[in-house]
Write a protein that binds this ligand. Structure first.
Ligand SMILES: Cc1cc2nc3c(=O)[nH]c(=O)nc-3n(C[C@H](O)[C@H](O)[C@H](O)COP(=O)(O)OP(=O)(O)OC[C@H]3O[C@@H](n4cnc5c(N)ncnc54)[C@H](O)[C@@H]3O)c2cc1C
Length: 380
């Protein structure tokens, strides 16, 4: 597999790296403390075309693939993971299913608005009783003439507070209790009956928005159905293959930030009359962090290239997320240890990185769910 970058890929990666260093890193602490991302960042992302990175050119996007998205997300997350997840969800969890399952009309209606960042995307699958068991969704969509009526509550919706377009998974066949009776719908934020509920106070990625979204007697035209009726679970799982590559890239970015912070500190901090980086115990930590990050990156890039080639990549995406999220947490833990007591204070960014890394093992399928996906594929 060829992991070398074309000139265009290097350019887009470098552009994201510069933006991350100049605009995100200096704001990351502020985003964490204020619980939201500065509006200037949304504008900057639009100017660079990053909201539409994976949206086809004919719809106003850059027409790039999951591989380029992975490069960009690693860079953005190395600066600010709250911004990283916001962009990841928008591209992977909303732009992607509309591209892959949408009608020509749905693509014409929504993709240009997503590409420009005029509407930010959100993905509504999780419910109070449907987390890892996503097939247990209770939100219902019932027919009323040609329309659908949506009722239910979604939780933990990333971008919930400001999203302009939601993909919502609802049960369309009450007689099918599991994954089979679900369908996907596109719901604009202005739809009557949609309410943004409680905002979560989180351990990390505090600058990102995570809210409840409530639907009450919400009327949708038949054109809002995305993909086939009762085949929504397929849309949800296919979408998550891409999303997992995005979160794995987030793990890479956070892990790399931890490695870079560790190297800086190991050169700077002196004990016993020398920089702590001269102690072999510290050197081994750096070596392990760097090796695990490189191995994770190869898994992420392999999964992304496979998806871009139009092949099924559930196994590779799960492997990349499993490995990269564990690596992010490993790197955060080692980075904090290398910083000693200082790492346990907010004088250094490792405290935030440590909190931000934790989520990568939970959302878009917790670590054990990735293992289930991988094992299922091995045993099939
Ligand atoms: C900050 C944040 C943002 C999120 N953003 C979104 C979003 O945008 N859209 C969305 O739809 N959801 C979102 N989620 C939800 C997220 O995807 C779920 O939290 C996640 O899938 C886990 O579900 P759960 O929290 O209900 O945990 P549970 O399913 O209750 O799992 C609890 C524990 O049990 C383990 N477990 C469960 N089943 C098994 C099993 N069969 N075998 C072994 N272990 C098992 C899990 O691995 C986990 O460790 C977000 C969550 C958070 C915290």
């Amino acid at each position: 597999m060829d992991f070398s970058l074309t000139e265009e890929q290097q350019m887009v990666r470098d552009m994201a790296r510069d933006f991350s260093r100049e605009q995100l890193l200096p704001r990351a602490r502020k985003h964490d403390e204020q619980g939201c991302i500065d509006p200037e960042v949304f504008v900057g992302l639009a100017e660079l075309g990053l909201w539409g990175l994976t949206i086809p050119e004919e719809h106003g996007g850059a027409g790039m693939g999951n591989f380029e998205l992975a490069l960009v997300l690693e860079e953005l997350n190395a600066g600010c993971a709250s911004t990283g997840v916001t962009v990841s969800v928008h591209n992977s969890l909303l732009g992607s299913p509309i591209r892959r399952f949408g009608t020509v009309e749905q693509q014409n209606d929504w993709l240009p608005q997503l590409a420009s960042g005029e509407r930010i995307g959100a993905y509504c699958l999780t419910e109070p009783n449907a987390g890892s068991d996503a097939g247990a969704v209770k939100t219902s969509a019932r027919r009323d003439g040609d329309d659908w009526i949506l009722d239910g509550t979604k939780i933990f919706v990333t971008n919930g507070a400001f999203a302009g377009l939601f993909i919502v998974y609802a049960r369309t066949n009450p007689l099918e209790p599991g994954a089979k009776g679900m369908s996907a719908f596109l719901v604009p934020c202005e739809a009557e009956g949609l309410t943004v509920g409680k905002a979560e106070k989180k351990t990390g990625i505090r600058g990102s928005s995570t809210t409840e979204i409530l639907f009450e007697n919400l009327r949708l035209p038949k054109e809002a159905l995305l993909g086939e009726e009762n085949k929504g679970f397929t849309v949800a799982m296919d979408t998550l293959d891409g999303g997992r590559i995005g979160i794995a890239s987030q793990g890479l970015g956070i892990g790399r930030a931890c490695l870079e912070a560790s190297i800086r500190y190991a050169k700077d901090r002196e004990q016993f009359g020398r920089p702590i980086g001269r102690f072999q115990a510290i050197q081994w930590k750096l070596a392990d962090m760097s090796t695990q990050l490189d191995a994770s990156r190869m898994l992420v890039h392999r999964a992304a290239l496979k998806r871009d080639a139009g092949e099924r990549c559930s196994l590779e995406a799960a492997q990349s997320k499993l490995m990269a999220s564990k690596t992010a947490n490993f790197c955060a833990d080692e980075c904090l240890q290398i910083h000693g007591g200082a790492g346990y204070t907010d004088d250094f960014e490792v405290e935030r990185l440590f909190r931000d890394a934790r989520i990568t093992e939970i959302y878009e399928g917790a670590t054990d769910i990735q293992r289930i996906v991988i094992a299922r594929s091995l045993l099939a």
